[in-house]
Design a protein around this ligand. Structure first.
Ligand code: ZN
Length: 432
């Protein structure tokens, strides 16, 4: 007993003497800030201060040590990093800055494959670039008709690699490639404009993702993923919409839970996890957005089904935080399972990335052409669609297929009853 006690004391003392070891350093540059992340062996006591002429930021870690890792090359606001020992057992890390910056720092508790992390975010003090005004960048095509804005959210990024494939493919990389391909295709589409929520290797908090879409007054929000499942055989694309309370099935709820942990892995400081989410949730009673999400997701699901196998036969629901926008119809597309070796290989193939993007765009186009937002170029140009009746079809089934009401289908074709003839061409009305 006594021996054990002494041993314990010894261990504690060596623990103290060893202090905090910095075991890894990474720097991520995003459009809003540059993030430096330090893997530390324990919760670090530290001080941060700025120096001028030239602009530097100094991080002093109490009883700190850095021996095994090299400091990374500069990126973003960080031109370079140096280490030193000012005395008192302190480890000093000096960031040479490319311009004056404001620092915000916080500690992250261990999450997934990470232990303790110390995060330093650097924001440019004089924001040289004004916030992009999306509308100005989105000139009307003709008269005062605006383009619909498609917000494309590449999941994960930066500290959060997302799911990993067996041969090392990272979800954050393939979903960014698919998102960029989709944005290109959207921008080539008449009446549409893409907004990339993440366009590089950095993390964006869930809340920030949908807030960016809301601020840009996006007409739709699509979060792109390629997640893993514990069964390697799981395959096919899936499309999800938000259900704050219940999930379609256990796997859907498992995926959402995994996905929601991204903020812990990617690194979100406590003060950015504000309570607005609660208020946003209340607004979800606004059924119109949910209905539109469901309609749009149904179109994208149908289109992905034409491309290949879908995981389930219908759109699924789960509590994905990133879909919690109260007023932008939102969906999350699991393009494939990166945990499935065959799908992992295809996900890396630029041709398949293009094919996935164009399948998603087909669904989005179907949605906007059947429900064009008022005042948009698409609303002014949406072509009336037609349907040729084949044998065995009924008017109500045709209405359902095109997601229009039976009554509007009757009206558009000047029908009193529901009788249709094989070969008859029906006009499909544009619902609004
Ligand atoms: Zn994901």
């Amino acid at each position: 007993m006594r021996v054990a006690l002494i041993l314990l004391m010894l261990l504690t003392q060596t623990g103290l003497a060893a202090g905090v070891e910095v075991r890894g350093v990474r720097v991520w540059a995003g459009p809003e800030y540059t993030r430096a992340v330090f893997d530390v062996s324990a919760k670090a006591d530290y001080k941060l201060f700025s120096l001028e002429g030239p602009d530097r930021l100094v991080l002093d870690i109490d009883k700190g040590d850095i021996t095994k890792v090299a400091l990374p090359a500069g990126t973003g606001l960080v031109k370079g990093m140096r280490s030193g020992r000012p005395g008192d057992g302190q480890l000093r890390l000096v960031f040479d800055l490319s311009e004056k910056a404001r620092a915000k720092s916080f500690l992250l508790a261990p999450a997934e494959n990470y232990g303790h992390r110390l995060v330093v975010d650097l924001y440019p003090e004089l924001s040289s670039k004004p916030a992009p005004v999306l509308r100005a960048d989105n000139p009307p095509d003709s008269k005062d008709l605006r383009k619909v804005i498609v917000a494309i959210d590449a999941g994960h990024g930066g500290e959060d690699p997302g799911a990993l494939g067996a041969s090392g493919t990272r979800e954050k990389d393939v979903v960014l490639a698919i998102s960029r391909a989709l944005a290109k295709q959207v921008n080539a589409e008449p009446g549409m404009q893409a907004l990339l929520i993440r366009d590089g290797d950095y993390y964006v908090a869930h809340r920030q993702r949908f807030m960016k879409a809301r601020e840009a007054k996006a007409d739709i929000f699509i979060s792109i993923h390629a997640d893993a499942f514990h069964k390697q055989t799981a395959n096919g694309s899936s499309v999800f919409i938000l259900s704050p309370t219940t999930a379609s099935n256990e796997a859907a709820s498992w995926l959402a839970e995994r996905e929601n942990r991204s903020d812990l892995v990617g690194g979100v400081s406590l003060d950015s996890r504000d309570d607005t989410l609660a208020a946003v949730l209340l607004d979800l009673s606004q059924g119109a957005t949910m209905e539109a999400s469901s309609e749009a997701a149904g179109r994208v699901h149908a289109s992905l089904k034409r491309l290949g196998k879908t995981h389930k036969n219908q759109v699924e629901k789960a509590n994905f935080y990133v879909l919690r926008s109260p007023d932008v119809p939102s969906m999350l597309v699991e393009t494939a399972f990166i945990s499935n070796p065959t799908e992992e290989r295809r996900l890396k193939d630029p041709k398949h990335q293009q094919a996935l993007a164009s399948a998603i765009l087909d669904g989005v186009r179907d949605y906007f052409h059947s429900r064009p937002p008022p005042g948009t170029w698409i609303a002014a140009h949406a072509q009336p669609r037609s349907h040729i009746v084949s044998s065995g079809e009924t008017l109500s089934a045709i209405a359902e297929q095109h997601r229009v009401s039976l009554e509007s289908l009757r009206q558009a074709n000047a029908k009193r009853g529901d009788v249709v003839k094989v070969g008859e061409v029906l006009r499909i009305p544009t619902s609004s």
